[in-house]
Design a protein. Sequence first.
Length: 160
Amino acid sequence: MTIKVGDRIPSATLRRMTADGPAEISTEELFGGKRVALFALPGAFTPTCSAKHLPGFVANADALKAKGVDAIACVSVNDAFVMDAWGKDQNVGDTVMMLADGSAEFTRALGLELDLIARGLGVRSQRYSMVVEDGVVAALHVEDGTGMSVSDAETLLGDL
């Protein structure tokens, strides 16, 4: 079952890189008592993700925060090392939390997995964006294919 507006984010564990190496962050810690702009994409270092999706959220970080967003988070079915390297490559700095869902636990719990096994890419995440308010989905935009037309930062800004 796919998550929808009004649903509570399921309990899951993501990982992010810290000065001490990969560290876990629970969805309760990430979303509890906060307004979070979350976006997910099929893979780090992939063309659309690197050229448009992530850069759009970096460029619009100040505008999102001015509209009451406490944190901006990017999730991909990659490991914390890859997400960290991609964040550095994209000059993300502290604007976007780069979160790894290496085993697609979170992605599957949301019902937003994308089966790319036939293309040699395994199970990935669909491309989407959402606003989460204290653990509840307030806005959700899921792409209907591999392009990017509704999950961009500008569309999410319109929800705030």
